[in-house]
Write a protein that binds this ligand. Structure first.
Ligand code: ZN
Length: 640
């Protein structure tokens, strides 16, 4: 989301990010309206997947500290001020609202509180740690008091309702429904993951208020107001409908169908150029959710067309998209290697959409993308030194990740980041009645309650391609174990069950299927050899990134020319991430001499270095982009 001007004169600007959603198979008992769609595969609940030690778990632990360190009273401050409720001074409360975008006098106030409610819900589900629930409970209680005090038929916000009225009247406002979406979504997550009934009650009242507010809106007003960014509020209303059975909320979900942007997709037209990416993406997740509930409709094919268009024509090798938040001309990646590529909220939302589409089809292209974007973008979004997160993933040669600060940012991507780092367990495993699907190679332990089976996954991936699974079962159980044979594993695969080699007849891009009666202590070992390869931009075959398996390698370029507070955002400037001066020094190498040589001759592993390589001619060190922090890098090279 872009902040460039005085908020008082704010033109219609676009915000982002999405809601946390229900997925088929999760929280079954909490939905009155059951999904009519029978998906190909179901998610596991986050509670069923525990992360074992890895970089993912370490990211999650840093995130936990950050989540717990922000005071509940500070998160409630703007809401209370808006309602004229005394903020109190208990518990060392500083009496301050939180900073950065949250301190601006505009309708973004409160977005962080919504994301944090989702983040705490996901973290509680992922860990079972009561501290996350206790903290969330106190925020929800505070919001209930505010909603009551506002006494406006259920309206709840940290900004005056007048801004919603202005939005409906077609007057310039920013993105009020975007922020309300984060709050609604956070409350729904509190109900789904933490069983907080008060949160559902607040959300239902917000829904009743919204229905009353929007029911009289004319078609013309509606089309005007939907031009503002509204996040995934349609998805939240569909979820609220499925949870409560109240058809008013379904009407609200449909109200937020924007014909202008969605109808052309129905006709297979790529009209994405110049469109604000993160305004667009969550609209499709809402459509997918509607399709799941109804079991019919065009939502799924529109979403799938959109997804394919973004992935095939508008994305970088990292799975990120956009330049300065906007989609560019199809296939024009090489013209957009700037310091402002790949907004993190976009990836967060693409991954949400990907999960929906994968569950409908079990198609491998979705899992390939999920892995690519998770490892190359989300995992590296967080600075391991501080736990702060980056807004963009710059493709400008010699640029670096720019991290938020604890007390001056609270950008949209900080908000979606609270969720990203809390739900690494969500897409590792899927299942249907008889099959278990292993899609991601992340150290973890799955508990499949219906089968009374546990599966432990141990791996150093992506340092190498070996993965070991151990079955824990109180009595032998039938299960078809499907292990993803990734598309990048072109050098084959080896599989052993209890030490015995199993012949693999499949091709990469399918599942390796092991159908057995599994007993306690059974061990499956797989190995997917990883190889170096180039991935060129769509528009220039000689402009390419280097990958090892699915992992994007980047050239390490040091910190020459850094001027404090580089690589962090400037606390004096809210929009520093958007006009950041990278001070890229002259002479950053951007070409590699590879032509004629085999890649494995031109790039050699560094002895003893985990996932470190060196180019033979230029002597440039290459490491995973996710692991390059607080230093300059190059991703795309001119290949000579
Ligand atoms: Zn963002």
């Amino acid at each position: 989301m872009k902040i460039v001007l005085s908020v008082l004169t704010a033109v219609v600007l676009m915000v982002h990010a999405g809601a946390q959603s229900h997925y088929p198979g999760q929280h079954e008992g909490k939905f009155i309206v059951k999904d009519k769609l029978i998906p190909a595969v179901y998610s596991f609940d986050l509670q069923d997947v525990k992360l074992l030690d890895s970089r993912f778990k370490q990211n999650m632990e840093r995130e936990q500290q950050w989540l717990l360190s922000i005071g509940a009273n500070n998160l409630l401050h703007s809401f209370r001020t808006n309602a004229g409720v005394y903020s109190g001074n208990e518990g060392g409360y500083s009496g301050k609202k939180i900073a950065g975008w949250e301190s601006l006098d505009c309708e973004l106030r409160g977005h962080t509180t919504g994301h944090i409610l989702s983040g705490l819900a996901l973290m509680y589900a992922s860990t079972g740690d009561e501290r996350f629930k206790t903290k969330a409970d106190s925020i929800v209680k505070g919001l209930a008091v505010v909603q009551q005090a506002l006494n406006q038929d259920g309206y709840l916000g940290a900004f005056p309702q007048e801004l919603i009225n202005r939005n409906i009247a077609g007057q310039p406002v920013w993105a009020p429904w975007y922020t309300l979406h984060k709050i609604l979504s956070g409350l729904i997550d509190q109900y789904l993951y933490c069983d907080n009934r008060q949160a559902l009650d607040i959300a239902s009242k917000m829904g009743a208020w919204a229905y009353k507010k929007l029911r009289p809106v004319t078609a013309e007003q509606r089309s005007q107001m939907l031009r503002n960014e509204f996040g995934g509020v349609n998805e939240s209303f569909y979820n609220l409908y499925a949870i409560t059975g109240n058809a008013d909320y379904k009407w609200l979900g449909e109200f937020f169908y924007q014909n202008e942007t969605l109808d052309p997709l129905k006709e297979g037209k790529d009209i994405l150029e110049k469109k604000h990416a993160n305004t667009y993406i969550p609209k499709l997740t809402g459509l997918s959710r509607d399709y799941e509930i109804e079991g019919k409709g065009g939502g799924d094919s529109i979403a799938a067309f959109f997804w394919n268009t973004v992935i095939d024509h508008h994305s970088f090798v990292t799975g990120s998209n956009s330049d300065k938040e906007h989609f560019f001309k199809p296939d024009d990646q090489s013209g957009h290697l700037t310091g402002y590529t790949g907004e993190s909220c976009n990836v967060y939302n693409m991954l949400k959409l990907t999960r929906h589409l994968y569950e409908h089809t079990a198609s491998m292209k979705y899992t390939d993308y999920y892995e690519k974007a998770l490892f190359n973008h989300i995992l590296g979004q967080q600075d391991p030194a501080t736990g702060m997160v980056a807004y963009f993933l710059p493709m400008l040669p010699g640029a670096h990740k720019v991290y938020s600060t604890p007390d001056s940012s609270f950008w949209c991507c900080v908000g979606s980041g609270f969720e990203n780092q809390a739900k690494y367990g969500e897409a590792i495993y899927y299942h249907n009645a008889a099959d278990l699907f292993v899609n991601l190679f992340i150290p973890s332990e799955l508990s499949w309650k219906e089968k009374a089976i546990k599966l432990k996954q141990e791996t150093n991936f992506p340092a190498d391609g070996s993965i070991k699974f151990t079955v824990e079962a109180t009595k032998p159980a039938g299960m078809i174990l499907n292990i993803r044979y990734p598309s990048w594993s072109v050098a084959g695969a080896t599989v052993k069950v209890n030490g015995k080699k199993v012949s693999v007849k499949n091709m990469p891009g399918t599942y390796i299927v092991l159908n057995r009666n599994w007993k306690n202590g059974d061990i499956v070992e797989v190995n997917f050899p990883m190889t170096l390869h180039l991935v060129a931009t769509n528009d220039n075959i000689n402009k390419a990134a280097i990958l090892y398996g699915p992992i994007v390698l980047a050239g390490e370029m040091g910190t020459t020319g850094f001027i404090a507070p580089q690589p962090y955002s400037n606390p004096q400037l809210h929009n520093d991430y958007y006009t950041y001066d990278y001070h890229v020094p002259a002479g950053i190498p951007t070409s590699l001499l590879i032509s004629g040589a085999k890649l494995s001759d031109a790039i050699k592993p560094v002895a003893g270095g985990k996932l470190a390589f060196k180019t033979v001619k230029e002597g440039i060190q290459l490491r995973p982009l996710y692991d390059i922090h607080r230093e300059r890098y190059v991703v795309y090279w001119d290949i000579k």
